[in-house]
Design a protein around this ligand. Structure first.
Ligand SMILES: [Zn+2]
Ligand SMILES: [Zn+2]
Length: 297
């Protein structure tokens, strides 16, 4: 299936509204990039980068040609500026993560992503991680954690850190919804995106051919109804229990809801490029001529 390379895609077009709101606030604090970079380095980002280089399998066109091609395509489709170095880590969890900032940006994928997923499911996971990079989630998660620790050292505001942590945890969950949207925009295959999430939920390899998207989504709808009765205290417990990625059932539900809202199709249409019939260069769909070869459209 030919996928649309989204010309100069702006992450604010697909970010989950709650994620976007928090990013907007944090953007006002990012006036000094040097300080943020220093804080990230202080948090071991540089050390982590060196450790990956020293320990993990580096994905290149020579070492993993098929995977490197999927990554290149996803980078182009999502219009990613901070291109990550990609490493593999041994482990059969279907998961990945992103670290670093600008020239130290890196993505780490578990072996399970490669061995247990189809190309388009892998692209969903790759796109998800690229979504975190594009929305600068790594920077702001680190900044948020540092602010929390700074606030906790001020005796007079002793009760703030818990509130702040819960807000951060909730935002972290919303940022996963944003990243899932980026994953779908990268693979442009709703079924592959949903089966990727379902595989993360614990389906054994021998039952992959039994994966049923509809029944998984029905579970999600039922859970959504149960959660509508939750009180604030319960939500606090849920937030506290959440660690790295949000529940897969809720992620599938949120992603399907976004597709059904029509936003997914709208973004594909809005960011569709004009492809030069002579040299194949992608440009703005309003362009009158090709910036590369000069062909008049
Ligand atoms: Zn994520
Ligand atoms: Zn051209």
């Amino acid at each position: 299936m030919k996928r649309i390379h989204l010309y100069q895609l702006d992450s604010s077009a697909y970010e989950h509204p709650e994620d976007r709101r928090t990013l907007n606030v944090l953007n006002t604090m990012s006036c000094c990039e040097g300080i943020i970079k220093g804080l990230l380095d202080w948090n071991g980002v540089k050390a982590d980068y060196v450790i990956r280089k020293a320990s993990n399998y580096h994905v290149t066109h020579a070492t993993c040609p098929q995977l490197a091609k999927l990554i290149d395509e996803a980078i182009s489709i999502l219009s990613i500026d901070d291109v990550p170095r990609v490493y593999l880590e041994w482990g059969y969890n279907i998961n990945g993560y992103t670290r670093g900032y600008k020239d130290t940006t890196m993505m780490v994928l578990n072996t399970g992503v490669i061995d247990l997923m189809t190309d388009m499911e892998q692209t969903f996971v790759i796109g998800h991680e690229l979504g975190h990079i594009k929305s600068k989630h790594v920077i702001y998660h680190t900044l948020g954690a540092l602010l929390t620790s700074a606030i906790s050292n001020i005796p007079i505001v002793g009760s703030v850190p818990e509130v702040f942590m819960l807000a951060l945890t909730r935002w972290s969950r919303m940022s996963e919804f944003t990243a899932d949207r980026a994953g779908l925009l990268a693979c442009q295959d709703v079924d592959a995106a949903l089966t990727a999430i379902i595989k993360m939920s614990g389906v054994p390899h021998k039952y992959f051919d039994k994966i049923n998207i509809d029944s998984f989504l029905k579970e999600a709808e039922a859970l959504q109804k149960e959660l509508s009765f939750t009180d604030k205290a319960f939500e606090k417990i849920l937030n506290a229990m959440y660690n790295d990625h949000p529940w897969t059932v809720m992620r599938a539900y949120e992603l399907k809801k976004w597709v059904d809202s029509g936003e997914y199709e709208r973004i594909l249409e809005e960011y569709k490029p004009l492809v030069c019939p002579v040299c194949g260069h992608h440009t703005d769909k309003e362009a009158k001529d090709c910036p590369r070869c000069g062909t008049t459209f």
